[in-house]
Every structure is written in structure tokens, then in C-alpha cells.
Write a protein that binds this ligand. Structure first.
Ligand SMILES: Nc1ncnc2c1ncn2[C@@H]1O[C@H](COP(=O)(O)OP(=O)(O)OP(=O)(O)O)[C@@H](O)[C@H]1O
Length: 272
């Protein structure tokens, strides 16, 4: 663990204006059945910021994301969302997972509306509900498929519905756990571009978990590398490269190499 880096990062977190922070975690430890998976993690996600949590398989990314989303209580440390302690999933935060988990007996429109019925979601009237569903479907390019059923959709379309279901809730922050990893390369690229476009237009912050370096570079404003046992954030990159970043320019190649080297270093056994 790079102690200097950790100190700088924590100061960075502390110095961020609270009003600009959507999510903040401090000194977090999460685990299962007495086994610590991540420990001492401090991070923040600014309003409208896209942060990627990158790490190798099993490094604890999903465990950390679930805890930050209020789906599991920390063993140590605390999480705040919009300046308040987060003790349970928040109505202004939405989640998207690798599997879209659509209800097969509901059409696309009703699946999106289903997100508005989640526990703790503030009640809205019928007109607002209809508007939100229509706007969310429009945003993900599925307005023409509102009455299709999940069985009639491709994997990419189903994931667009899942994204629309999250957006309809008008979240301040979107937690996304490897949402595109089950898609083919072309569809994945389209979805990554769509995600960035939509969250920019909707002013939504994102915390995206991925083990795909290219995905992180393509979408992130900031990349956090989770590594170690137990896991902690060992490196951070601010990504100021202008979008779109598909063209593998020098900046992208350099950043990619730096991340690959950091991942290799993090994976190397500690020498005595
Ligand atoms: N519900 C659970 N109960 C017990 N152990 C778990 C549970 N979920 C995850 N783990 C363990 O926690 C560790 C970290 O898992 P986690 O899924 O958080 O990692 P990850 O970085 O998201 O991995 P991947 O990229 O493969 O999804 C793994 O050793 C895993 O076996």
C-alpha cells in the first residue's frame, strides 16, 4: 500500500466541497462471515462525475460497490450520500448489474415503470410516471420498443431497458456493476458510449465497477484501482483525455500502459 498516496487521496476527499460530493466513504471495511475483503477504503464520487472502480477478478469491487450502495453494512467506517449517512439503499441512487433482470411478463414500458415502485421511492402521480418512463426510453433509444416483451429483445436492448429503469428514477448517482461484461464487443462499445452520453445529459454521477481497462479509460473521469488482500485503493488516475476516446491516441495508449503496469505491480507477490 502506498501510504503517501493514501494520505494525499484522503486530503483530496476532505478538501472537496461537500456540496459537490454525491457519495463519500471513509475508512471502510467490508467482508463476509468474519473474512475481510476490503479494508481502510476511502473514496468519493463528485456530483456528475463518472468514477470507475477497476480491479482484477476477486479484488472485492462488487463487495465494495454493494456496501457503498447501502446493500451491506460496513464492519468499519461510514458512507454518506448527498451529505447524509447512508444506512440503506437510497431513492436517489440506482443500480445496474451485469444481468438486466427484467420481468418477462411485463413489457418494456412496465419494466421501466417497475423501477418507480421500489421501496422508499417517493410516490409520483400517473402523468409524472408516464413522462419519466417515456423520457427514459427515449434516452436509451428504445421509444419504439415500449410494448415489446423481454423475450423479444437482444442482450444489448435488455441492458438498455435496465438502464432506462434506473434513469426513470432520476437518480443523482448510478451504481453500475460490470453492466456490459456479458455483451459482445460491438454492443459493449455502443453501450459504453450511450452511458456516457446519457449520464452527461441527465447530470447523473456514476460509480462503475469493471475489470476492463479499456472500458474504464473510455468512460471515466477518474479511475480508482482496487488491489491487495484485503483490497484497498492503491492508485488513482484523473482522465482528462477529450472524448470520444475510441481512437487510441497517444494519451490513451500511455494511460493504458500505466494502468497495466500498476495492475501487474499490484498483483506481484510482496518481496521480503
Ligand atoms: N456473498 C458472499 N459470501 C461470501 N464470500 C463472498 C460473497 N460474495 C463475494 N465473496 C468473496 O469475496 C471476494 C471478493 O468478491 P467480489 O465479487 O467482491 O470481487 P470482484 O472484484 O467484484 O470480482 P469479479 O470481478 O470476479 O466480479 C471473493 O473471494 C468472493 O469469493
Amino acid at each position: 500500500m502506498n501510504g503517501g498516496f493514501k494520505k494525499d487521496r484522503m486530503q483530496d476527499v476532505a478538501m472537496q466541497n461537500e456540496a459537490e460530493v454525491a457519495l463519500a466513504g471513509s475508512g471502510l471495511r467490508f467482508g463476509y462471515d468474519g473474512r475481510t475483503i476490503v479494508d481502510g477504503v476511502s473514496l468519493s464520487v463528485g456530483r456528475r462525475e463518472i468514477v470507475c472502480l477497476l480491479g482484477s477478478s476477486g479484488s472485492g469491487k462488487s463487495t465494495l460497490l454493494r456496501g457503498l450502495a447501502g446493500l451491506a453494512a460496513p464492519v468499519q467506517g461510514n458512507v454518506s450520500f448527498l451529505g447524509e449517512p447512508l444506512l440503506a439503499p437510497h431513492p436517489r441512487a440506482a443500480l445496474v448489474f451485469q444481468q438486466p433482470s427484467l420481468l418477462p411478463w411485463l413489457d418494456v414500458s412496465a419494466n421501466v415503470g417497475f423501477g418507480l415502485d421500489f421501496a422508499r421511492q417517493p410516490a409520483i402521480d400517473k402523468a409524472a410516471r408516464t413522462r419519466r418512463i417515456a423520457e427514459a426510453l427515449e434516452a436509451v433509444g428504445l421509444a419504439a420498443h415500449a410494448h415489446a416483451y423481454p423475450a423479444q429483445l437482444s442482450g444489448g436492448m435488455a441492458q438498455r431497458v435496465a438502464l432506462a429503469r434506473a434513469l426513470a428514477r432520476e437518480p443523482e448517482l448510478l451504481f453500475a456493476d460490470e453492466p456490459f461484461s456479458a455483451l459482445d464487443a460491438i454492443t459493449r462499445g455502443e453501450m459504453q458510449t450511450l452511458l456516457v452520453d446519457v449520464v452527461h445529459r441527465w447530470h447523473t454521477a456514476v460509480l462503475l465497477v469493471t475489470h476492463d481497462i479499456d472500458e474504464a479509460i473510455l468512460v471515466a473521469d477518474r479511475i480508482l484501482l482496487l488491489a491487495g488482500q484485503p483490497g484497498n485503493i492503491v492508485r488513482e488516475w484523473r482522465v482528462d483525455i477529450p472524448r470520444p476516446r475510441h481512437d487510441y491516441g497517444d494519451d490513451v495508449v500511455r494511460l493504458r500502459l500505466d494502468i497495466v503496469n500498476a495492475l501487474r505491480t499490484a498483483a506481484s507477490p510482496v518481496t521480503p
